[in-house]
Write a protein that binds this ligand. Sequence first.
Ligand code: ADP
Ligand code: MG
Length: 591
Amino acid sequence: MEKRPFNELGLSPELLKAVDKMGFEEASPIQTAVIPHGLAGKDVVGQSATGSGKTAAFAIPAIEKVDVKLRAVQVLVLCPTRELAVQVAEEFGKLAFFKKGLMEVPIYGGQSYERQFRALHAGAQVVIGTPGRVMDHMARGTLKLDALKVVVLDEADRMLDMGFRDDIEHILKAVPEQRQCLFFSATMPRAIQDLIKRYTRDPAWVRIEAHAQNAPQVEQIYFEVDRRSKIELLTRLVDYHDFRYGIIFCSTKIMVDELDEHLHARGYSTDRLHGDITQAQRTRVMDKFRRRGFEFLVATDVAARGLDVDDLEVVFNFDLPNDAEDYTHRVGRTGRAGRKGMAFTFVAGRELYKLQNMIHYGRLKIRRENIPSMDEVEEARGNVFFERLRATLEEKKFKSHDEMFGRLMEQGHTSTDIASALIHLLQGQEAEAAKPAKAAPTKTKAERIAANEAPKTVSSGGPVSRPAAAGREASPPTITEHPKGFSSGDRFAAQKRSFDRKPRTGREPGFTTVSFNVGRAQLITPADLVGKIAGVTRLPANVVGAIDIHEEHTLVDVATEHAELVMAKLAGIRIKNQSLKPALVPPAANY
Ligand code: ADP
Ligand code: MG
């Protein structure tokens, strides 16, 4: 696959300076192939994997075409999602850094029209938008396209999947005849080929093979696993490899919610993305993830598509993707920029045949492995502890405790004995903490202490900060109650152990009683409910007061100020196969 230096592609000095400033050493294959056609004014159809650098491939020629003296829209980029529009706009901004007078603006649903209108009115030459909002602005007359020179469709297949076909056609019909069309799509289904036929003229086709692009950098492994044991396997792998940054893909919104809650309950730092999450919230989650404000993003394909994050350590296919293309898209998010990444795919039951098909027809390179045993996890964990201890010593990143040491030595203890006793204490604390979930295959408290690291839970902050520590405390050890194939693992078992709810003794001041339609008959425990409430609302544990479990229902005292939210959020949530119907219990009611 050919790659060339940018200075052989015919760029202006401004653009060359910009790519240099961005740290790009050479043009990627898709850029090498697309940019010269783009500069020559040709229509282009480009097909390549996620992460291959398509944005700059169209942005560079588009920027070169802009006449900055003309304060009118000359480039229009259509993107499937708001996040992508923002990312693409940022990339335009960086690439046009030295091209003075160029203005770009992302326009998308969810942001005020006013703000977008001002930017358009100010004379932005480059508009990057989602089809719906672009149409709205066209209809309002706030977006005029008569000076348009270049139109770009980014992730065209995804836009069609999202139902934007009519909008796209409407827009393409409205742009001037004499414009250049750059068309990008990961896949080329018939509908896309139709669009290409109708709206491009004799395009140059550029196709960069996906598997050759991604595979060598990513170690790809699949496991056959019982459906119920997927979470256990996931946490085991995370602990075994000590991963700290990755995406976990699920096939449905419900699965995303459930898994996020489960992982959260087990003390992992996670957040989620799917189609039902509000735009504002999504942006916050993405920003936070990019800043590494939490460790694992649980997401559906649609929500994560186009999310530009570098250097993920790992991608989990918790559920199998639909086809080889989606697989490549997901896996392409790790192993970027020359780093080695890992991708794990879980298959349950008959999914194995589907995966084998994908491997065969998509020419994927995924090998099968056995699930790591507890012993192996323990051993890896021991190694992690050893490595951290060593690093701590080598980097001298600890305070000295000469006085305490001196006193112990005076009493006749050797330094090796003192160190051994400390390790014993650290590990003993953990063993104690891990009851009843013995031999938790997780990062031990001892390791966190050795790494001089506070439990991650307390550190989370920022706009989407979950009530971390408290939320975790509330996390119930529900996992131990499920008939899982493995023993359970909890990073913060100690906190959980102290989790002990008193039975409901009457309403405390400031609390409102909510009745839930589950009880002893469903084998509900207080922990189940508190866990659900904390997981779903992200409120701290102390918003829940006393809990009183009856045969068919449970009374839960909730801080009055949050009662409404708790009821709204929990309505319809499933617990023990029952859909929750919370109801307010009037103060005088007697159950
Ligand atoms: P795609 O749209 O194909 O998924 P992007 O355009 O989002 O890929 O690029 C992925 C990442 O690679 C971005 O962080 C981008 O800044 C970076 N990138 C793009 N081109 C180059 C290059 N020539 N050299 C190094 N990094 C690049
Ligand atoms: Mg892209």
